[in-house]
Design a protein around this ligand. Structure first.
Ligand code: AHZ
Length: 309
């Protein structure tokens, strides 16, 4: 039986057909209206299991030897991955993110507000990635931080040479003694499922896994329950004397400092984003994200220097 549609829906329908909206792709339009006879293609449960596990374990196998590991998939880590993945599709890049949801603090612009502010010249990164923004003179505004994060994320995930291992924590760094010197070179990361790593105190026999890589880029954010992971580990393994500790908020100076100081901290370990503020005793910038994007770009550039290319 046909129901009479409310006038508001009829009005919206006639508006839609007259305002030149983009048509849906033909295969989808052929589904519409055919719901009575609708049926999915057949499946068996084991097929789904194998479709997932075969690929995941093939990735674990392939990425056990990576060219670069990026730790943390926040705004800095994702910007770095985008830049590296695009410049060097020949490099195998593993991203390890402790959270189930990649993106770090970049799903909101600040507090619980949607819009994301980036100071110029970070707008060039937005244009490169294809994120629309409003130009406000010295700064630009993306209408929702999630639009930035989801756009960069979707481009990174589509790259053939990048694998994101989310819900996976970097628990330690692989180190090699540098011959004839006191210091070590970082040679990869030690990983575990995040849920496992959260239970080391009440469960036994949960030894970790590893990824070897000649270069690690750490972008784990400032200190917190998860943050500043690699730099804190450098202190506990006596490769850094102490951390400077992130200082109070000074938007004007903080962003320049983070981008300028994005660098290789010990051989084989580049640090970018807010994790850097903990080493250098740099100010925080609060809710402006330009430095995170450009620190990611600079970390990628530093990485390519290490690869001597
Ligand atoms: O889950 C963390 C987050 O997604 C992840 N992470 C941390 N420790 C990890 C570990 N293994 C794997 N051991 C780990 N992943 O790293 C990501 C960090 O993202 P973030 O958004 O916290 O850091 P960011 O440096 O990319 O961006 C900082 C954004 C900030 S903080 C700030 C202020 O406080 O003033 N201002 C800005 C713009």
């Amino acid at each position: 039986q046909q129901h009479q549609l409310p006038a508001s829906i009829l009005a919206a329908k006639s508006k839609a057909s007259s305002n030149g909206h983009a048509p849906l792709a033909a295969p989808l339009t052929s589904l519409l209206g055919a719901w009575a006879t609708f049926k999915f293609a057949p499946i068996r449960e084991s097929t789904v299991s194998r479709a997932m596990t075969r690929r995941y374990f093939a990735d674990l196998d392939a990425y056990a030897e990576a060219d670069i590991v990026i730790v943390g998939a926040g705004s800095c880590g994702l910007s770095c991955a985008y830049t590296l993945g695009k410049l060097r599709p020949d490099l195998r890049i593993a991203m390890v993110e402790a959270g189930v949801a990649p993106g770090g603090g970049a799903w909101l612009g600040g507090q619980l507000f949607s819009a994301m502010v980036m100071r110029k010249p970070a707008d060039v990164f937005l244009s490169e990635v294809g994120v629309p923004y409003e130009d406000e003179g010295d700064y630009v505004v993306v209408k929702h931080a999630a639009l930035f994060t989801s756009t960069v994320l979707s481009k990174v995930l589509a790259m053939d040479n990048i694998k994101l291992f989310n819900a996976t924590t970097v628990e330690d760094l692989i180190t090699r003694q540098i011959e004839g010197e006191e210091g070590v070179r970082i040679a990869g990361v030690v990983t575990n499922w995040t849920l496992v790593s959260m239970h080391h105190d009440d469960q036994s026999c949960m030894d970790p896994n590893t990824i070897n890589a000649p270069l690690v880029i750490s972008t784990t954010g400032h200190d917190g329950p998860f943050g500043a992971f690699s730099v804190k580990r450098l202190v506990s393994m006596k490769q850094l004397e102490q951390l400077g500790g992130m200082r109070g908020l000074d938007m004007q100076s903080a962003e320049d400092a983070i981008v300028k100081n994005t660098r290789e901290i010990v051989p084989g370990l580049i640090v970018g984003g807010m994790e850097l503020s903990e080493i250098d005793g740099a100010n925080r910038m609060g809710p402006t994200f330009g430095a995170m994007a450009l620190s990611g770009v600079k970390a990628a550039e530093e990485a390519l220097k290490v690869f001597d290319l």
